[in-house]
Ligand binder design. Structure first.
Ligand SMILES: Cc1ncc(C[n+]2csc(CCOP(=O)(O)OP(=O)(O)O)c2C)c(N)n1
Length: 408
């Protein structure tokens, strides 16, 4: 399915050692600069781009994947995207009102996250970064668990999703090594399972990412490496991160098939994931997928993106966002309407409210909990800190004298 989209290049020497000129003007300039214009290429590469739905929700490819006609599936994927966005908006208001710690929004990334989660099998392993709520929800994680995590409570990492998935990973790109490691284990055990990781455009500059790709290429591991290119690594724009024309091509040096897709097009995301997962599951090795999107929110609630980008840029990106394009497609097919949208909006609001109430009603953990899950036997310096932390423990409400409690 992927052959016309993912063919990354050839390392065979051409039969005729004739002068060739291939690739981009940039490549040609480099070749000429070095005075090598009379030698043959030994490797040429291309990175293909795939989009099925344009920003107006029109099909732009005459060979859409079967999902394009599976309206039950599309409606439920659209519903999950709306649920995710409703959750995201609420989480930000919780942070603004002091009920949640710093939070990383997923606004604009919903097609990527939901598409990945839906294409994966439960037995696959997901190694997330920190904003893939749509994937986590698709895999069974509860909204209150995400809130608990961002509320600074480690119990939130005990997701109801598959227990073999990795927790949220903040050290940039290290999760790619976790996916590669899982994939190595699956290969050694002969299990038809896939390790999947996702990294940002910024994270794709890290050694961890490139090392994971190298291991996956060298050992033909069953892995999929997604780059969610949302155009910014906090305040650093894509143009300042890399001189490469695409980020997908970082996989070429590792010998991996690479493709770039429209990450706001659920059909393209899902198609590319299914293709890569199937390749990995059937012994074909790993793939790299660069999914193009735009971070419509601040980087996190600790950021103010107005300081480094213009509103016009955000407005242009908003016109291409993933929910309105899928809704427009469904409406044009007579598979969605205002009444369905209203009912969905209501359901999502209720579900989010229930999750928030659940989260807010949780009994806080004791202060000492932060010491209790890392070591079997606590090193002496941490044991001393644990002892000192007991002094910060708030008295249980029943221990507080009634007069004090009244004014608390
Ligand atoms: C190893 C490491 N270095 C630095 C940071 C600080 N940091 C947090 S997010 C971020 C930018 C990540 O940008 P990108 O990879 O593009 O992902 P995005 O957040 O845009 O989805 C940085 C540098 C970190 N968390 N880990």
């Amino acid at each position: 399915m992927c052959s016309d989209n993912c063919k990354a290049g050839s390392t065979e020497r051409p039969a005729e050692e004739a002068p060739t000129r291939s690739g981009s003007p940039r490549q040609a300039a480099v070749t000429n600069l070095r005075g090598l214009s009379n030698v043959a290429s030994i490797a040429t590469f291309a990175v293909k781009y795939r989009r099925f739905l344009d920003p107006d929700g029109q099909l732009v490819d005459d060979r859409p994947p079967p999902l394009a006609r599976d309206f039950d599936a599309l409606r439920s994927l659209y519903a999950l995207m709306v649920r995710t966005r409703t959750f995201d908006a609420k989480a930000i208001t919780l942070q603004r009102t002091g009920k949640l710690g710093t939070y990383a929004s997923c606004l604009g990334h919903e097609a990527i996250h939901v598409g990945i989660g839906n294409a994966m099998h439960p037995e696959d392993v997901f190694a997330p970064m920190y904003r893939e709520y749509g994937t986590l929800f698709a895999r069974g994680t509860k909204m209150e668990e995400i809130l608990t995590y961002w509320g600074g409570d480690e119990r939130g990492s005990d997701f109801s999703g598959p227990a073999h998935d990795f927790p949220i990973c903040v050290p940039i790109a290290t999760q790619c090594l976790h996916a590669a490691g899982s994939a190595l284990a699956f290969k050694l055990r002969g299990e038809p399972r896939v390790g999947v990781s996702i990294v940002g455009d910024g994270g794709s500059s890290k050694g961890d990412f490139l090392e994971a790709l190298n291991a996956a290429g060298a050992w033909k591991l069953p892995a999929v490496f997604v780059i969610a290119n949302n155009q910014y690594a906090i305040s650093v724009p894509r143009s300042q991160q890399s001189g490469a024309e695409t980020l997908a091509q970082k996989g070429l040096a590792a010998g991996l098939p690479c493709v770039q897709v429209d990450g706001n097009d659920l059909l393209a995301v899902h198609w590319s994931m299914e293709t890569a997962l199937q390749r990995a599951r059937t012994g074909g090795g790993a793939s790299v997928i660069e999914m193009m999107t735009y971070r419509l929110s601040d980087h996190t609630t600790a950021d103010d993106a107005r300081r480094y980008r213009d509103q016009t840029e955000v407005d242009e990106a908003t016109a291409k966002e993933p929910l309105r394009r899928l809704r427009a497609y469904l409406e044009a097919q007579g598979e969605w309407d205002e009444a369905r949208e209203e009912a969905l909006t209501l359901r999502c609001a209720e579900e989010v409210l229930e999750a928030v109430n659940h989260y807010l009603a949780m009994e806080p953990q004791p202060v000492t909990a932060i010491f209790d899950h890392m070591y079997e036997t606590l090193p002496h310096d941490l044991a001393a800190q644990r002892e000192a932390a007991l002094g910060f423990e708030e008295p249980a409400s029943s221990d507080v004298p009634a007069e004090v409690a009244k004014h608390a």
